[in-house]
Design a protein around this ligand. Structure first.
Ligand SMILES: [Cu+2]
Length: 263
């Protein structure tokens, strides 16, 4: 299954993707070898100590302390090393701040949809207040209309990000825990009510990708999906400078222009 590549991950589209995939491959090879060795050892013991038919009494063996210490230490070294190596790749993204010049997008999840808040031309987000959230008047993220910074803000249901530029997402939830997951980005991050969780990445391959909620968040969880568009810089700049209505229309055009990858 692994070797055929048929049931493998979709190709990674981020700058850090290859590091994640390399780490995953190392882990699966090491664990795979251990698995085969353990199963062969078990098979050998079953065969070697099988009943031979000469009505021999079973004996009790306490085992071998030295052997137990050796395999415990070897196992610990292997698994702790893998964890430390994996941690390094993970920490470079999760425990560091987004690089300067990142493009910031606020993500507000709710049962059962995604809202992406763009700061517009001025690059400054309008003030938001949970008390102003009103889904019936389409104010899904609680934008304060009296704040001048909010005038050019857009809230749309598709995530558009620039290619080859670091992007920072600020993840929030209005109700329950949701989870942001685009397989091609190689990360999955919960959105927790009451928390602002920051993640950053640099997408490098323009295209259209599926964004799913990966946390069972209620009855219509299965419907909670959106698309992520990775756009060439000029197309992205042009899109995010548009006012809300035009942004919506243009993003629909772009959703038709790009095709989902084949799985
Ligand atoms: Cu959800």
């Amino acid at each position: 299954m692994f070797v055929s590549g048929k049931w493998w991950f979709p190709p990674a589209i981020t700058a850090h993707g290859p590091a994640y995939d390399r780490q995953f491959l190392i882990t699966i090879i090491v664990v795979g070898i251990s698995f085969v060795a353990a199963q062969v050892g078990l098979g050998w013991a079953v065969w070697k100590f099988r009943a031979t038919g000469d009505a021999e009494r079973a004996t009790y063996s306490h085992g071998n302390n030295r052997l137990e210490v050796v395999w415990t230490v070897v196992t610990a070294i292997i698994f702790i090393s893998l964890a430390v190596m994996g941690q390094r790749v993970w920490a470079s993204l999760n425990l560091t701040k987004a690089p300067a010049g990142s493009y910031t997008i606020e993500v507000v999840a709710q049962q059962f949809s995604w809202n992406f808040h763009y700061s517009g031309k001025d690059g400054a987000f309008g003030r938001t207040d949970p008390n102003l959230i009103d889904d019936s008047s389409l104010n899904y993220v609680g934008i304060d209309d009296t704040d001048p910074n909010s005038k050019d803000d857009s809230v749309v249901s598709t995530l558009a990000v620039p290619a080859n530029r670091p992007v920072e997402l600020i993840l929030r939830s209005k109700d329950v825990t949701h989870s942001f997951f685009v397989p091609q980005l190689r990360f999955k991050q919960d959105l927790v009510p009451g928390m602002n969780i920051r993640v950053h990445f640099t997408a490098i391959t323009p295209g259209k990708y599926e964004l799913a909620c990966a946390e069972l968040c209620g009855m219509n969880h299965f419907k909670m999906k959106a698309y992520m568009l990775v756009l060439p810089q000029n197309e992205f700049d042009e899109l995010v400078a548009l006012p809300q209505e035009k942004f919506q229309a243009r993003k629909d055009e772009l959703l038709n222009k790009y095709q989902l990858p084949n799985y």
